[in-house]
Write a protein that binds this ligand. Sequence first.
Ligand SMILES: NC(=O)c1ccc[n+]([C@@H]2O[C@H](COP(=O)([O-])OP(=O)(O)OC[C@H]3O[C@@H](n4cnc5c(N)ncnc54)[C@H](O)[C@@H]3O)[C@@H](O)[C@H]2O)c1
Length: 369
Amino acid sequence: MNIACAKEIKTHEYRVGLTPSNVKEYVGNGHKVFIEEGAGEAIGFLDEHYEKNGAKIVDKKELFDKAELIIKVKEPLEEEYEYFKEGQILYTYLHLAADERLTKMLLSKKISSIAYETIRLGNSLPCLAPMSMIAGRLSVFEAAKYSQKTYGGSGVLLSGIPGVQKGKVVIVGGGVVGINAAQIALGAGAEVSILDINTQRLAYIDQIFNMRVHTYYSSKANLLNLLEDADVVIGAVLIPGAKAPKVINKEDLVHMKKASILVDVAIDQGGCFGTSRATTHDEPIYELDGILHYCVANMPGCVAKTSTIALTDTTLAYGLKIANRGFKEASLSDEALLQGVNTHKGLLTYEAVSKAFNIPYTEASKALA
Ligand SMILES: NC(=O)c1ccc[n+]([C@@H]2O[C@H](COP(=O)([O-])OP(=O)(O)OC[C@H]3O[C@@H](n4cnc5c(N)ncnc54)[C@H](O)[C@@H]3O)[C@@H](O)[C@H]2O)c1
């Protein structure tokens, strides 16, 4: 199969879908690999490193012309739509429930798409988890930075010092992002609370943190109580494949302290705060009703080297399966991969996306049959 790795064009997105050593694996399995020129340059993966492992370096047009399987990191942006051709396979993060235009493009061009974030192994999302770990950890570093007065924050040091109150970090959603945010926030000395709708998850969190975090059921009343005192609120909820539920609305902001910070990590799924709008690493924050909002949709992009290695460690095995067995057989033979299929031959195969845009839904196994 012709494997094509496109250069990312989102603002300050330096990750790349294949590392030079990944190329060696694909080539060793009998595939041809094309890399867009400069795709990994920003993180030290130079064109010559890819070439040394058997890839051909090409421009964007040739890349998409040759591609059977396109490997990326982020969802295609509108400037990229024109390059796609009917029947190609796209393997990348898609977050379609937050992007109707992209959904329609994939359907009209009959692209077979697999979204990293909906590949599901039992209860885990193996291709989302490494990025969630990174975003969760970064969320606290960013919050600590924007708590500084010089960055428009409230002037609170999250750790406090002996004799001075610690900063209060409230995390909504105790999944992978939430736990990783809690690890860093606790490590920084902050006082940490986590809310989740899954009480088993709360019990697990209580155990792994040895009772050092406060856990709460995620009811509106509990959240409003915590908001009053919070210095940082991290939004980390997820209903897989669906638009994020809004846990805080505009009218709730009056309960918060001035210059406290909302970090909406779930912004890639549409955001879990009613006042969130996606921002970029160029201008990551904005202020609304006296509250700072940090809503960068590709947080791991700023630690692109760590993120690329972590991501490709999990995407490689599924990518090889698609290349070796073909899209249909690979997806039908692997339940985790089948759940990653979002579109095929003009059919929408992910139920939560069909509900978001009122587009008819076809089960992936039926669309592939
Ligand atoms: N912005 C970025 O750069 C970036 C990077 C990685 C992940 N993410 C996003 O972060 C979000 C969280 O990802 P994750 O991997 O931690 O997911 P996860 O599935 O591991 O955890 C989500 C948690 O949210 C909980 N939840 C659902 N609804 C809730 C509610 N109303 N109140 C409280 N908790 C609720 C679930 O029970 C679950 O424990 C996702 O939207 C993901 O796409 C964003």
